[in-house]
Design a protein around this ligand. Structure first.
Ligand code: F6R
Length: 612
């Protein structure tokens, strides 16, 4: 939610800033802007719309200066206009600030600052910070970092702020609270950004800033302090992926690239998880055997696609480990007095590790005494840092706004947890665990097979491009898959897409079916509990009312009534979602393309949702 980048070094600053913003555009694309450290008065350019609008506005007269800040916005306070675009400046045009997050007390601040004579030119919460910093910097005799420390003490909410002043243009100052900021350490140059992707072309050395820490950087120095000004010795780390991971690599869109990366992502998340003596290796859990056996309940908290992975955690952990699991939409969790105690394990699932709803739910669970375990794809992000332990998925950077490879690896992660708990509880024998693990190991090859034979599905999808409604049906573990298929389609094709539990159809949703309504049904594997037959009946019911039915089912299954059948390789029932999701991702991708939508940056969305 908003991308931030700062630079100080020998390069003409506009280059690394624009390059960084390109990499961060997934975080928000309502407007973009830069402030360059021209001595005297800062050079500011900002434009509503995508980054390309800003790039077009930056003509040859762009000053060659060596520091600056840049921003790509997902609008919260104030619409996506030129005026509301960041950076925001003080009344002298000398101090500029960019912001990710929300300043909750901005209207009080604004009123106070207006009473002091400051003139506002935007509707944003951020502009108050520019005026506030301007006053405080004067009180601090030109020390921007000192001003930042005092400003933060007056702010409520979540924010990353980065500021620059024309009188000391080499100095870039940043701070973070509940929102990400990383520092990139280059040779004779330094960077700040919301995400390492912004500077990966220039350096792999990074520092993750802690909560309420202030960083002051010049081309040759990086100093980090707390809000009292005490210096903090930072922990440096090496970024483990390279610039190519943040490029499209020959694909037309990041989403397609990420769909095709799924075999590797799944394999990387699984690798080395079974020891020679047939034990699931999950040292990350940091729980003793006694603690695991004492567990009374697991609560999964997550949002959106990650929530669907959480639903699958319930099916797997309850079936394999016999521990009750509840799954909560993170934004709802803390508002209903959830029952939590030290024998509750809370699992927070998040690709970005920055989702504010999940973070707030996690904090609530922790304060109520639960042990919190994160499943996350982004190293050193806030959610893993605030959790008691973390299992990283190894999907690599996910840049398309619609989550694909992160979802599949989240399912793998929760399944590994399920197998580990089952083994420790004695609910599954070692030989059963080994068998399931070996089945998991075969998934990358099976996903590859789906991807290599997907052309007919992609062609078929294009025939549905004019439809404004698509329904998805699933039962049991097919139900979260139906929800995920519908979510992908909503966010990419901007149409009414809904997932239903097959049994619910007759309780209302069947009224939506009309002649030609596309219905995608995920047929359960095997016929445990007669589910397969029940889904076949559902297919007949919708077909009788005119639906065009696409069925996703395993190779060899016999189906009547379907207009189209998408076959996926045979796997044990619980593993089916990992395969059945892939055609649905491709369906949503093709629909978006066919409808002329922006696949990687769907309207109104942003990748990392750092506001509640
Ligand atoms: C959908 C999607 C979102 C995210 C959700 C949680 O394609 O990407 O629904 O899954 O915003 O994000 P994370 O996993 O970063 O917490």
């Amino acid at each position: 939610m908003c991308g931030i980048v700062g630079y100080s070094g020998p390069q003409s600053a506009a280059l690394p800033l624009i390059q960084g913003l390109r990499r961060l555009e997934y975080r928000g694309y309502d407007s973009a802007g830069i402030a360059l450290g021209t001595p005297g008065t800062l050079f500011i350019e900002k434009k509503a719309g995508k980054l390309s609008n800003l790039e077009n506005a930056l003509d040859a007269s762009l000053p060659t200066v060596h520091s600056g800040i840049g921003h790509t916005r997902w609008a919260t306070h104030g619409g996506p206009t030129d005026r509301n675009a960041h950076p925001h400046v003080d009344n002298d045009g000398k101090l500029a600030v960019i912001h990710n997050g929300i300043i909750e007390n901005y209207s009080e601040l604004r009123a106070t600052l207006q009473a002091r004579g400051h003139k506002f030119s935007s509707e944003t919460d951020t502009e108050s910070v520019a005026h506030l910093l301007s006053d405080l910097r004067k009180e601090h005799k030109g020390d921007l970092a000192g001003a930042m420390c005092d400003a933060v003490k007056l702010l409520r909410g979540s924010f990353t702020l980065v500021a620059i002043h024309a009188d000391n243009p080499d100095v870039v100052v940043g701070v973070r609270r509940n929102s990400p900021l990383v520092v990139g350490l280059g040779k004779g140059e330094n960077f700040m950004a919301s995400d390492v992707a912004a500077f990966i072309d220039y350096t792999k050395r990074a520092i993750e800033l802690g909560q309420d820490e202030v960083v002051t950087m010049t081309p040759t120095s990086v100093v980090i302090t707390n809000l009292k000004g005490a210096v903090i010795v930072p922990k440096e780390y090496e970024i483990s992926w390279d610039a190519t991971a943040a490029q499209k690599g020959g694909f037309n869109h990041f989403m397609l690239k990420e769909i095709f990366e799924q075999p590797k992502a799944v394999a990387d998340t699984l690798i080395g998880r079974l020891s020679d003596n047939k034990q699931i290796v999950l040292d990350e859990l940091h729980m003793s055997i006694e603690e695991i056996r004492a567990l009374k309940k697991i609560t999964v908290i997550a949002c959106g696609t990650a929530y669907h992975a959480g639903m699958l955690a319930k099916y797997a952990i309850e079936k394999w480990a016999k521990i009750p699991v509840e799954v909560e939409i993170a934004s709802e969790y803390r508002y209903r007095d959830p029952i939590v105690d030290p024998q509750t394990l809370v699992i927070a699932i998040s690709q970005s590790g920055e989702t504010m709803d999940t973070l707030m739910a996690l904090r609530h669970a922790k304060s109520a005494g639960a042990r919190v375990f994160a499943i996350c794809n982004t190293h050193s992000s806030t959610i893993p840092r605030e959790s008691d332990a973390v299992l990283y998925t190894h999907a690599g950077p996910e840049i398309a706004v619609a989550s694909t490879k992160a979802f599949l690896t989240q399912i793998i992660a929760v399944y590994l947890i399920g197998l580990h708990l089952a083994q420790i509880n004695g609910a599954l024998k070692d030989v059963q665990v080994e068998e399931l693990y070996n089945e998991l190991l075969e998934l990358p090859g099976k996903i590859e097979q789906i991807l290599q034979t997907a052309e007919p599905l992609r062609a078929l999808t294009r025939t549905f491009a004019h439809n404004n409604i698509v329904l998805f049906l699933g039962r049991n573990i097919g139900y979260p898959v139906a929800l995920e298929g519908a979510l992908k389609l909503k966010e990419l094709a901007y149409i009414h897409a809904e997932g239903f539990a097959g049994g619910e159809l007759k309780h209302g949703p069947i009224a939506l079916i009309d002649s030609g309504t596309p219905v995608i049904a995920i047929l359960p594997v095997g016929d445990e509990h007669g589910l397969n037959e029940k889904m076949l009946s559902n297919i007949q019911e919708v077909k009788a009312r005119g639906a065009r039915v696409i069925v996703i089912t395993e190779e060899g299954a016999n189906i009547e009534g379907a207009e189209h059948i998408i076959r996926i390789p045979v796997v044990p029932a619980l593993l089916q979602p990992i395969l059945a999701t892939v055609p649905l991702q491709l369906f949503a991708y093709e629909m978006a393309l066919a409808r002329g939508n922006d696949v990687d940056q769907p309207r109104n969305l942003a990748k990392s949702v750092t506001v509640e």
